[in-house]
Every structure is written in structure tokens, then in C-alpha cells.
Design a protein around this ligand. Structure first.
Ligand code: MN
Length: 324
């Protein structure tokens, strides 16, 4: 890790309000402006794997625009996520919209360029297809990963419209490729449509246990977190957040919205209890700004990334005691 005194944080210009100037993520320096990065925020504007409403290719720019109000101090953790680690905006991994396999190869190469320089990736999608090349890059460094997946949907489906790589299959492909520790994967917030119960069997074979959206009504968040942390265990964790885990009231700007989701408050309460996990990479995906209103979804995604970046910086601190 960079020595703390060298770290460049958010833009701080008393003459310039937060809404002025070009929007890097959280008004952080660009990768090119600092000697190295501990965490690289990188946009992946790719949505050719979308099965329903397109538009997540415009997600990274929308999330950045809605990240201007992210502040330096985290009240719950008593932490400064941009002071104790060098966080940068690494721009976008630019891939064209044609040819999913070619795009996935290019995204993996772009991600590995950042991880080989020692950065943990906080990716801004893009549709959920991008989790596959990001998992490939992270597993190449750390071995099979625990995966914590927040989503309305399973995303362990097989082939759709003749394509094996699409936004509903990243975790099935990742399981087949040995990128995940199949005893340490967990979905949270599941509720969306399923054709047949065999899809749930396939999902178990891909390594996942499920916390359903309804459980947030029936159980305490502390007991949900205890289950999740027990499943993830110790060792490297990848966190993937499909913004459609939130109810459409809290995140309308997404491609496959599903009713009866969790609230932003419930989601952030879970995130804030994940201190101490060794998060080696993360993404927030499926933000489609054309369906957003007043930045609701963009704000939720920007703050999600901020929470995850904060947790990356707190990986060596005592975690939540599930028995307390
Ligand atoms: Mn998804």
C-alpha cells in the first residue's frame, strides 16, 4: 500500500463547488495523475449482454455524475476511505458493442492491467456480463473466490438466444471455470422470475446459498449478516452488486426491474456490517440512466461503490462479531 502521506484524495478547491468541473468518481484523481493506485474505480460501458431493457452502457457516466456528493469521512466506520488508501478513477475500459466474447476478452485484459499494478478494482457497469471477465482477473491473482452477490436474479442461467455469455449467466460460467469457491458463495435479495425449479438446483450446483428478498421482512438484518459472513468465511471475497437488488422504488433506472425488493436502507445496513472482509474486487452493475428519475439509481450506485471502497480499506480491521 502507498504510504499515507503520498495519497491524493478528492479535489478540494474552495473556489469550485462540487457540481463544477469534470466528474471523475467522487472527484478523485485520475489514474494518470498519481504514481500508483490501491483501488481503481473503472467504468465498463458495455450492455450487449442485456436480455430486456438496454442502456446500462451509459451507467458509468451516470454514476460518476451522481458521485459528486460523496464525502471524505465515513461516520459508521470512523474511516477516511480516500485518505488511508490511494483511490483513483481509472477511466473506462472501452469496448465496442458488437461481439460479446471479444468484448469479454478485452474487459479481462483491461482489468488485468490494473490488478497487475496492484490495484483492487471497483467496477461501474455496464450489464452483469462484465462480472465474468472481472472474476477471471481477480481469480487469476487470488485463486477461487468467495462471491457475495446482491441481485433480484440468480444469474446462473445457461444459454439464451444461442449465447452462453450474457448478463444472466456470469456466475454459471465462473463456476464452470473454477473461478469461485463453491462452498463460499451467497446470493442476497433474490426474487425474480424463474421458469422451472430446476433452475434453483442448477444455482445450488453453481455454489450459491440464497437469502431471499422476503426474508428482510421476516428476519433481523443481524441474523442475515451472520448467515452471510458464516458462508463467506475468511479469505478473498468478490462482491457483485446488481442495482436491481433494490426495489424499483429505490432503483428504477435498471434493465430488468423486479417488484418487492429490499430498500436502500436495508441494503446499506447489510453493507455496513461487512467490515473486515478481504474484498479483492467488486462491481456495481445494471444502472440504465434512461429509466432513472432525479438520479435516484445513480446515487444508490455511487454510494454503493463508496461503501465497498471503504470496506476495501478496512479489510485488516476487526469485523462485525456475529455473536454480539
Ligand atoms: Mn444481475
Amino acid at each position: 500500500m502507498t504510504s499515507t502521506s503520498d495519497i491524493v484524495g478528492q479535489r478540494h478547491d474552495p473556489e469550485a463547488p462540487r457540481y463544477a468541473g469534470i466528474a471523475t468518481f467522487a472527484l478523485l484523481p485520475r489514474l494518470e495523475e498519481v504514481p500508483r493506485a490501491d483501488v481503481a474505480v473503472v467504468g465498463i460501458p458495455f450492455d450487449s449482454g442485456t436480455s430486456f431493457r438496454p442502456g446500462a452502457r451509459f451507467g458509468p457516466a451516470h454514476i460518476r455524475e451522481n458521485s459528486r456528493q460523496l464525502h471524505p469521512y465515513h461516520q459508521i466506520h470512523d474511516a477516511y476511505p480516500f485518505r488511508d488508501q490511494q483511490v483513483v478513477d481509472a477511466g473506462d475500459i472501452a469496448v465496442g458493442p458488437y461481439g460479446i466474447e471479444r468484448a469479454v476478452t478485452a474487459i479481462q485484459a483491461g482489468a488485468e492491467k490494473l490488478t497487475s499494478q496492484g490495484a483492487r478494482i471497483m467496477a461501474l457497469g455496464g450489464d452483469h456480463t462484465i462480472a465474468l471477465p472481472l472474476l477471471r482477473a481477480a481469480a487469476a491473482q487470488h485463486g477461487p473466490l468467495a462471491v457475495l452477490h446482491f441481485d433480484a436474479h440468480l444469474d446462473t442461467w445457461d444459454v439464451l438466444h444461442g449465447e452462453s455469455i450474457w448478463h444472466g449467466s456470469p456466475f454459471r460460467r465462473a463456476a464452470e471455470e473454477g473461478l469461485m469457491d463453491l462452498n463460499r458463495c451467497q446470493h442476497v435479495g433474490i426474487r425474480g422470475g424463474v421458469y422451472d425449479p430446476s433452475e434453483l438446483d442448477d444455482d445450488r450446483k453453481a455454489g450459491f446459498e440464497i437469502v431471499r428478498s422476503e426474508e428482510f421482512q421476516e428476519r433481523s438484518i443481524a441474523s442475515i449478516v451472520e448467515q452471510v459472513r458464516g458462508r463467506l468465511g475468511t479469505g478473498p471475497v468478490y462482491i457483485s452488486v446488481d442495482i436491481d437488488v433494490l426495489d424499483p422504488a429505490h432503483a428504477p433506472g435498471t434493465g430488468t426491474p423486479e417488484v418487492a425488493g429490499i430498500s436502500t436502507r436495508e441494503f446499506f445496513t447489510v453493507l455496513r456490517k461487512l467490515r473486515g472482509l478481504n474484498i479483492v474486487g467488486a462491481d456495481v452493475v445494471e444502472v440504465a440512466p434512461a429509466y432513472d428519475h432525479a438520479g435516484v439509481t445513480g446515487l444508490a450506485a455511487a454510494h454503493t461503490a463508496w461503501e465497498l471502497i471503504t470496506l476495501m480499506g478496512l479489510r485488516d480491521t476487526p469485523g462485525e462479531d456475529p455473536n454480539s
